[in-house]
Design a protein around this ligand. Structure first.
Ligand SMILES: Nc1ncnc2c1ncn2[C@@H]1O[C@H](COP(=O)(O)OP(=O)(O)OP(=O)(O)O)[C@@H](O)[C@H]1O
Ligand SMILES: O=C(O)c1ccc[n+]([C@@H]2O[C@H](COP(=O)([O-])O)[C@@H](O)[C@H]2O)c1
Length: 190
């Protein structure tokens, strides 16, 4: 079983994330995609980050009818901030029969050298990369662990959605309806 791991803060999850996850699960040789909710991204400020259980619930709501997409809280029980190399080692031990690969935007690949033990990641896992505006892959295209995909691009972000909600804008279609209802019900990002 080839499992793609798509890590993120998902604060909140949006259509841009879901198109990537769905493309990887349905249009590449990956069998499924796990959306791994990171309690705390080591390179991001925790300010403005909503409760991890709410973020997990939003990803669960977004993926509940998508057969090949799963949500994972595996990082909730691991030390924070969440270093991907440590999560990968834990997953490998817990699920020895699975062939894990990483899913990453070209912007993240370009700054991968800032991640903890990035060589270990590169030497042991395939990385499925999708294009991101302004990110030039350069030499990375030739790296044996890198699989470049032709994923459709949608240039929205969680930051954009949080700001839009704060400004009272209508963000329907930018994220799934059940996620929007959850946000409204809890009066989040106001
Ligand atoms: N519109 C998008 N298209 C493709 N990839 C995206 C998009 N938005 C985010 N990503 C990627 O998804 C992963 C998880 O994203 P993350 O949870 O950090 O969301 P974000 O929208 O970038 O959040 P924020 O705006 O809060 O920084 C990251 O690797 C990020 O680069
Ligand atoms: O392991 C690291 O050093 C590391 C450094 C930066 C980011 N990550 C992980 O990559 C994921 C996506 O990162 P980002 O910056 O695009 O939100 C997020 O879940 C982080 O935990 C991991």
């Amino acid at each position: 079983m080839k499992t793609g791991l798509f890590f993120g803060s998902f604060n909140p999850v949006h259509t841009g994330h879901l198109v990537i996850a769905s493309y990887m699960a349905n249009f590449t040789d990956l069998d499924e995609v796990w959306m791994v909710v990171s309690p705390h991204n080591p390179l991001k400020n925790k300010k403005g980050l909503s409760n991890m259980y709410d973020r997990l619930e939003m990803v669960r709501l977004a993926t509940e009818h998508a057969e090949k997409l799963k949500v994972s809280n595996i990082e909730f029980g691991l030390p924070q901030p969440s270093y991907t190399v440590d999560t990968l080692a834990y997953l490998k031990e817990k699920y020895p029969g699975r062939d894990f690969a990483l899913i990453m935007g070209a912007d993240n690949l370009v700054s991968l050298h800032k991640w903890k033990n990035y060589e270990v990641i590169l030497n042991n896992y395939r990385i499925y990369v999708y294009p991101r505006p302004g990110a030039d892959l350069g030499q990375w295209e030739k790296h044996p662990s890198v699989v470049i995909t032709d994923t459709p691009q949608m240039d929205i972000s969680s930051t954009f959605i949080r700001k839009a909600l704060q400004d009272g804008k209508n963000v329907r279609y930018f994220l799934p309806d059940p996620v929007l209802h959850f946000i409204e019900g809890k009066n989040m990002y106001r």
